[in-house]
Design a protein around this ligand. Structure first.
Ligand SMILES: [Zn+2]
Ligand SMILES: [Zn+2]
Length: 151
């Protein structure tokens, strides 16, 4: 999808965005999407739930999980499988990859032009339909490295 979404999204923007993704826009979905869209830390469902709850006290963790799964199915967000079953989410649909710190679980963006230009081997086309091609590079971030060396 090439729709550019500003970080401060209005319900009207969201409605339009949902229409192009064939998704029913509801206010609860909007609150969840808006929170994820303004986040830069690639939150988990639990992290997002804590934030959405401050605006929408009636929201449940279950709803956040379900809504994120629906968003993912409609291709308006990306799931990042960096830490096993503790999935993290990204509303930024522009092509980019992730750096994941295995100590503090921070996730940062990076672009990898050479990789992004690579074509998948032909045999993957025989296998089926490819829907995403993303890289998670894991290691220790600088602030964790500093803490480690000063400890
Ligand atoms: Zn770290
Ligand atoms: Zn990202």
């Amino acid at each position: 999808m090439d729709t550019k979404i500003p970080s401060q999204i209005t319900f009207d923007d969201f409605r339009e965005f949902c229409n192009s993704a064939k998704l029913k826009p509801t206010h609860q979905r909007f609150e969840i999407y808006r929170e994820l869209n303004s986040a830069t830390d690639h939150p988990s469902a639990e992290m997002l739930y804590q934030r959405v709850k401050t605006n929408v006290p009636s929201v449940s963790l279950e709803t956040v999980y379900r809504t994120l799964a629906t968003f993912e199915q409609h291709g308006i967000i990306v799931r990042i499988n960096a830490f096993g079953d503790r999935a993290r989410f990204d509303a930024n649909l522009t092509v980019h990859q992730h750096l994941a710190c295995t100590n503090c679980l921070a996730i940062c963006d990076f672009t990898w032009t050479a990789f992004e230009k690579l074509e998948l081997p032909a045999q993957t086309g025989n296998w089926g339909r490819i829907e995403s091609q993303q890289v998670v590079v894991k290691g220790l971030c600088n602030s964790c490295l500093e803490k480690e060396s000063s400890a």
